[in-house]
Design a protein around this ligand. Structure first.
Ligand code: PXG
Length: 285
């Protein structure tokens, strides 16, 4: 099925959606992106995703050539053009075509691309039985080198860790920061439950501050579950009562085994199940 893609200022058939081989998004990963979802025709936390896109762009001195309102409308229009109610949306802004040198000032037109597609979900059994994950040897990139808070087109750090996970037969991998503390997974944030309290690493652990993460923290608060940001080590994960991951694609997914250690009783726990159910309600509200 051919899709309809938004590129720059209009919707075009997939075959006509093209960017230059000189685009620094391709040459250097110089650009930013967002992954969003729509449920029953409504985009979940569109404003938060746009705010994060603008923050990422600002951090790399990239001016998005559209107003936020115009981009919000383009997202809705792209979903509609593809007849999608429950969909996955990829928003991309590249630096634009330049020279073969690094200099971003020699790039002229940032390219704005919106792709709307169906989402390929993890099998239901992963949600029912929980994931097994391993710790990657690849550390999360040090904030002083490149802030993980920037959702940039350069995802090789995460891909290197993902490869390690896949080679170990796992769909996700845990990443530690340069201090050896728990950061996040390759495309998901991490939470643990200990004595009924929810804990998750703070943004300065070198993580992407996930929109699903923030929604789950709000849900915990509303449910009267104590939730706080805390520096976590692998030991804290191994000895937790429960562990789960959050992300736009995965939503809320239990983790039952890390590096060969069963977490808690080795099956998804009650706090995880509660937040997973609450999240499903929230996205369709
Ligand atoms: N950490 C990283 C490094 C991410 O890339 C998250 C956490 C979770 O953030 P959100 O805002 O989504 O709760 C992400 C987001 C995919 C996919 O197809 C991955 C993400 C988002 C959408 C799709 O694997 N990662």
């Amino acid at each position: 099925m051919s899709r309809t893609i938004f590129i720059n200022d209009r919707l075009v058939p997939e075959a006509e959606a093209r960017i230059s081989v000189f685009d620094h998004g391709l040459l250097y990963g110089d650009g930013v992106f967002e992954g969003l979802r729509s449920y029953a025709g409504r985009v979940f936390r569109l404003d938060a995703h746009l705010d994060r896109l603008w923050a990422s762009a600002r951090a790399i001195c990239l001016e998005i050539p559209l107003a936020k309102e115009a981009l919000a409308k383009a997202v809705i229009d792209t979903l509609a053009a593809n007849g999608l109610e429950d969909g996955y949306i990829r928003l991309i802004v590249t630096r634009g075509a330049g020279t073969l040198g690094l200099d971003p000032n020699r790039c002229s037109n940032p390219q704005v691309i919106i792709i709307a597609d169906t989402i390929s979900l993890y099998p239901q059994e992963f949600y029912d039985q929980g994931l097994r994950i391993v710790t990657a040897a690849t550390q999360r990139i040090q904030p002083a080198a490149l802030s993980p808070r920037i959702k940039s087109l350069n995802y090789l750090n995460n891909i290197m860790a993902k490869l390690e996970g896949l080679r170990a037969g796992c769909v996700e991998a845990l990443m530690l920061n340069h201090k050896g503390e728990v950061a996040e997974c390759t495309g998901d944030n991490v939470f643990v439950v200990r004595s009924g309290r929810l804990l998750t690493p703070p943004p300065d652990a070198g993580i992407l501050e996930g929109i699903t993460r923030n929604a789950v923290m709000e849900l915990a608060h509303a449910a009267g579950i104590d939730c706080r940001e805390a520096t976590l080590t692998r030991h804290d994960l191994y000895t937790a009562d429960e562990c789960f991951l959050t992300g736009t694609a995965a939503e809320v997914i239990p983790v039952v085994d890390i590096d060969g250690r069963a977490i808690g009783s080795g099956v998804p726990g009650p706090v995880t199940s509660r937040l997973k159910d609450d999240f499903h309600v929230l996205v369709r509200q």
